[in-house]
Design a protein. Structure first.
Length: 99
């Protein structure tokens, strides 16, 4: 009878160890997946920021406007209005306060 109890305890102990191992592996896999996804996402965000900075530098060099002008240009809905404001600012060398 004592052997039978030992056998059951050993079997259930092994059973719980297997389950614990499965859960541990699942958690490890989940953490790796989340970390990989975060790294990829941060890489994409960084790439987008660099692309936007390049666009801003290109526009700045081409049109010689201040950053404040670009902020205003971004907020203008129609292309005609945006072009008018841009040309006026360049031709009259307006500061943002005068526009």
């Amino acid at each position: 009878m004592t052997n039978m109890i030992k056998l059951k305890t050993t079997d259930s102990s092994n059973f719980f160890e297997k389950i614990a191992g499965l859960l541990k592996n699942a958690r490890k896999s989940l953490v790796q997946t989340v970390n990989q996804t975060m790294v990829y996402t941060y890489f994409e965000i960084g790439k987008t920021i660099v692309e936007e900075e390049q666009k801003a530098k290109t526009l700045s060099a081409e049109f010689k406007l201040s950053w404040s002008h670009y902020i205003k240009l971004i907020r203008i809905d129609t292309e005609e209005e945006r072009k008018f404001y841009e040309l006026e600012s360049i031709e009259n060398k307006n500061s943002k306060k005068n526009c």
